[in-house]
Ligand binder design. Structure first.
Ligand SMILES: Nc1ncnc2c1ncn2[C@@H]1O[C@H](COP(=O)(O)OP(=O)(O)O)[C@@H](O)[C@H]1O
Ligand SMILES: [Mg+2]
Length: 704
């Protein structure tokens, strides 16, 4: 035992106190943790202040509770034990399992009582009901209508196709009319404006429908959110004022006012959207099940079973993810704290010669982060695998059961098509979506980003500044090139900052592909957005690495050169003696050259949404023209950017845009393409006239 103790002692850094030793039971090893060393909670940030810690590593346990006679047999035993232990530990539920994250109990000691889903729902319901019950009732009615329309549509779609096949013109016309009415109802009553266009509604109808939709969303969504914000702020303010005075000694005023400001706003959005999404999906899932039962009960039952299995797996997965997210946040904060401390106290560290100790301290938090992220990725992989298998198996079941029924003459092809029309998939996706609203702390990742952007009543001001953007309502459709035009300081870049979610809107919401921006996984979203600013900052590394920055690892030299050619940068890069390996220095590149490298970087990333914020302002007009053309060409390529937003001074770029938003003093004052805006003879037309006059006077001064 002494040897084992010595071994154990030597595996710890000398500055740690020795582990607890009990002569009767050996080391006190609890097997909750898999970290080599776990420090007790009260010293999370300053762990080495602690005078005691516990060793809770299951593999250590095997190692140190091994038979006391040292030697070869012992070694073999240890390695055998290790190899038996590893595969066993991969099964969830096994004590000391690889998946165990029980250390979060340690981390969370002292935290408030955990909020259960039931508790959260109850509180949320109370808040909404108390603040605006009439809005809630109207919204519930609208959502029910939307859900009923959406559920009935696939069925009527199948009926209209089959009636057309049979040549029944009257039935077909009637069904088609019904489809139009249902798509209008679902579009007006739900969040999604695009449903208006699903069945090719006449263009003339669309403005009217959009107007109705806007009135509905303004009345219901915005008024309900502002009422909730008001109610939340009132409650929180009175709760704060009634706290003990000691509470105010601990809390900073800035912290509390920010809770009253941004946090209330955010919470109101979450409440409004979650209730909407949960209600809508619950109604749709129930409707789909009821409908499926009337069409084919075996299919309904098998779908229900698959949904239940999926929900169970999802529940396990989401709880795991929630715990990993909490731990990641906690450990990242600790790692930053340790790094900050060691960098600010670097002189003290040098004087006392404790560099290694500090390196070890930081490494421990990094190890913990790696520990958590490995498990999170593994859980995510398993979840994706089970999800896609089970989700698709609903279709397989539909074909199998439907095929058997047709072969036995129990059902017709029309009946099978109706049952097959998305109902099983809709049921499972609704079930999971409801779950994800509650359980997944990460944002949503869409299978593909289409690039449809909507600003709905967005207002914004910077901290302690006056309102900058007011009631911005713009829609940028997928595959559009839009230009933002307006005088300097009117808020164009700020609008883009909101889209990149660098700031949160003070009011209103931004939707991307119909999903609120704050609900999307922001890292995923930013990966899909290419952004080039007016003053691109390049890194002090070679040009090749600067262009490749943020791109996948497998980018080839050819890809880099192609992007550089498209950005008009290849020529000047090749003129350097070291070409693409030239290190970027402060004075090496002009503003225009930096911009071209930044544009090449954006092109290479192949983003779904490309934002150019005065990105060509420092280019000469010839290069600007060339870059503009290549970017517009890229859009037409498959796989190129789908939506392009340009903030530009030069008229040539603006004229080529599909839509131009003219901004002034934080508001969008005109929308249309170049010709439409010229014919309006408003602000834009005046801008163009000023531009043309300037151009003529410059040309007359330089006739060449
Ligand atoms: N981070 C910031 N904090 C405070 N004010 C800002 C910040 N960024 C921009 N502003 C102010 O917001 C206004 C609009 O800026 P911006 O959106 O960059 O205008 P534009 O791009 O149209 O020239 C300006 O008055 C600017 O000073
Ligand atoms: Mg700007």
């Amino acid at each position: 035992m002494d040897i084992a103790y010595q071994n154990l002692r030597s595996s710890f850094p000398p500055y740690l106190p020795p582990p607890e030793f009990s002569p009767t039971s050996g080391f006190k090893l609890t097997k909750k943790l898999h970290f080599p060393i776990m420090i007790s909670t009260n010293c999370r940030r300053n762990e080495f202040k602690s005078s005691s810690y516990r060793v809770r590593n299951s593999s250590l346990m095997l190692q140190y509770t091994a038979p006391e006679n040292d030697g070869n047999g012992d070694e073999n035993f240890k390695s055998f034990g290790h190899w038996v232990h590893v595969p066993l530990s991969l099964f969830p539920g096994v004590s000391s399992s690889w998946w165990n994250l029980t250390e979060d109990k340690q981390v969370l000691i002292g935290a408030a009582k955990p909020i259960t889903v039931y508790l959260a729902l109850r509180r949320m319901w109370k808040l909404v009901w108390d603040s605006n019950r009439w809005v809630l009732l109207v919204a519930f009615g609208a959502l029910t209508m939307a859900a009923i329309s959406e559920i009935s549509m696939p069925n009527i779609l199948a009926e209209s196709i089959f009636s057309a096949c049979r040549g029944k013109t009257v039935v077909f016309a009637r069904k088609f009319q019904l489809l139009v009415i249902l798509s209008m109802t679902s579009g007006i009553c739900s969040f999604n404006r695009d449903e208006f266009t699903d069945f090719g509604l006449a263009v003339a109808c669309r403005p009217l429908l959009l107007l109705i939709h806007n009135i509905r969303s303004t009345l219901l969504n915005n008024s309900s959110t502002s009422l909730q914000v008001k109610h939340l702020r009132k409650l929180l303010h009175s709760a704060i004022l009634f706290q003990d005075i000691s509470f105010f000694d601990k809390e900073m005023v800035g912290n509390l006012t920010s809770r009253l400001g941004a946090d209330c706003q955010q919470l109101a959005h979450v409440i409004g959207n979650n209730i909407n999404l949960i209600t809508r999906n619950a109604l749709q899932a129930t409707g789909a099940l009821a409908y499926l039962l009337t069409l084919s009960w075996p299919l309904a039952i098998s779908t229900l079973v698959i949904c239940s299995v999926l929900s169970a797996i999802f529940l396990l997965y989401s709880r795991y993810v929630m715990r990993t997210a909490k731990l990641t946040q906690e450990f990242t904060a600790c790692a930053h704290e340790v790094a900050r401390e060691s960098l600010t106290l670097v002189k003290t560290i040098r004087i006392y010669g404790t560099e290694r100790k500090e390196v070890g301290r930081y490494k421990q938090w990094l190890d913990r982060l790696a520990f958590i992220s490995t498990r999170e990725s593994a859980a995510n992989g398993l979840w994706n695998m089970s999800f896609s298998t089970l989700y698709r198996s609903t279709q397989v079941f539909a074909v199998l059961l439907g095929g058997i029924a047709i072969l036995n003459g129990q059902t017709s092809a029309e009946q099978l098509t109706k049952a097959f029309q998305n109902y099983p998939l809709r049921m499972s996706s609704c079930t999971l979506y409801m779950g994800s609203v509650w359980f997944i702390p990460h944002g949503v990742k869409l299978p593909e980003l289409m690039g449809h952007i909507q600003f709905v009543n967005v207002s914004f001001h910077y901290h302690l500044r006056d309102m900058l953007l007011e009631h911005i309502n713009i829609t940028i459709r997928a595959n559009e090139v839009v230009a933002l035009v307006g005088p300097s300081g009117c808020g164009k870049s700020t609008l883009v900052n909101l889209l990149l979610r660098l700031y949160e809107p003070t009011n209103g919401q931004i939707f991307i592909d119909g999903i609120p921006l704050w609900e999307l996984d922001i890292r995923w979203l930013r990966e899909k957005i290419g952004y080039v600013g007016q003053e691109p900052n390049l890194f002090h590394m070679d040009i090749k690495s600067n262009i490749r920055y943020g791109c996948p690892m497998n980018t080839t030299q050819e890809d880099i050169e192609l992007a550089a050619k498209q950005a008009c940068a290849h020529e000047f890069i090749s003129s350097f003696p070291n070409g693409y390996d030239t290190i970027v220095d402060d004075n090496l590149l002009s503003g225009g050259q930096k911009q071209r490298i930044a544009i090449a970087r954006a092109i290479l990333r192949n983003p779904a949404i490309l934002i150019l914020d005065e990105a060509t302002s420092a280019l000469d007009s010839e290069s600007e023209h060339f870059v503009k053309d290549t970017i517009f060409e890229l859009k037409d390529n498959r796989g190129g950017p789908k939506t392009i937003i340009v903030i530009a001074h030069r008229l040539s770029t603006i004229v080529a845009a599909d839509k131009i938003f003219v901004m002034d003093r934080g508001q969008v004052i005109e929308i249309g393409n170049h010709e439409e805006l010229l014919s309006k003879d408003g602000y834009y037309a005046r801008l163009v006239k000023v531009h043309n006059n300037m151009f003529t006077s410059i040309s007359s001064q330089h006739p060449d």
